[in-house]
Ligand binder design. Structure first.
Ligand SMILES: Nc1ncnc2c1ncn2[C@@H]1O[C@H](COP(=O)(O)OP(=O)(O)OP(=O)(O)O)[C@@H](O)[C@H]1O
Length: 228
């Protein structure tokens, strides 16, 4: 469905990504891993057509961003940034305002309330001011809103970086079940194993095997109380 071919990013004369190619099928999850600064965010921003790549082609359903139109491309291939975005108003207002964009009109929608519930959020959080939300709440709410907008592909930049372990597992399950193909940056070596999918490693741009499952927790020896 999404085809990336020979994508190259150069920043200030330094090549960061060279000839990155992969395809993402409908419903697939592709993790992006690699050390800090290797270009994971730059890759995502290029795929979302937020930055221009120095070389390479992008196709969604066989059509280029130019053929689809850039605003419509971004509605179909939606980037969710790692950092909190300073927004005014409430998430509900943001969700309905976004649907008024020309590129969003007439598109199918997911169930925002169900997604919020699945990610461990109280419904009331959707009607609080963005500025009143904690970092972890704001991150999950943004993920709910973007998943509910039902793009073809969600580009997730460390989507659980502000979440505690329980919230992380809820977010993983909700994203996996939201019916959208996912490209997912992670620094958590166990996350791809928990969610499932394939993995692209930067800076090599190679598809690599998923890491092995974590070892089971060690049994703790029972200490018998001493007889008096
Ligand atoms: N706007 C910019 N101007 C100059 N250099 C930039 C810019 N954006 C990114 N870079 C540089 O490009 C490189 C890749 O950055 P990028 O944010 O893609 O890394 P990353 O792999 O996502 O890192 P992290 O895991 O720390 O989030 C880094 O060396 C960064 O300093």
């Amino acid at each position: 469905m999404l085809q990336v071919t020979g994508l190259k990013r150069v920043v200030e004369g330094q090549p960061i990504i060279e000839a990155c190619s992969f395809t993402l099928e409908k419903g697939q999850v592709l993790f992006i891993t690699g050390p800090s600064g290797c270009g994971k965010t730059l890759l995502m921003r290029s795929i979302a057509c937020l930055d221009k790549a120095q070389a390479g082609t992008l196709l969604l359903g066989g059509r280029t961003p130019e053929q689809i139109g850039f605003p419509t491309w971004r509605a179909h291939v939606m980037y969710v940034p790692q950092a909190r975005v300073a927004l005014k108003g409430t998430p509900t207002e943001f969700y309905f305002a976004t649907q008024q964009f020309h590129s969003q009109r007439g598109r199918p929608r997911g169930d925002l309330l169900a997604l919020a519930h699945d990610m461990g959020l109280a419904q009331s959080v959707l009607n609080q001011q963005w500025s009143e939300l904690s970092g972890g709440q704001a991150q999950r709410v943004m993920l709910c809103v973007c998943a509910a907008l039902q793009p073809d592909v969600l580009l997730l930049d460390e989507p659980t970086s502000a979440c505690d372990p329980v919230s992380t597992q809820k977010v993983e399950a909700a994203l996996k079940g939201c019916g959208v193909s996912l490209i997912w940056i992670t620094h958590d070596p166990e996350q791809p194993y928990r969610v499932g999918g394939s993995m692209l490693e930067l800076p090599t741009s190679r598809i690599v095997p998923l890491p092995p499952p974590p070892p089971p927790p060690k049994a703790v020896a029972q200490i018998q109380p001493q007889q008096p």
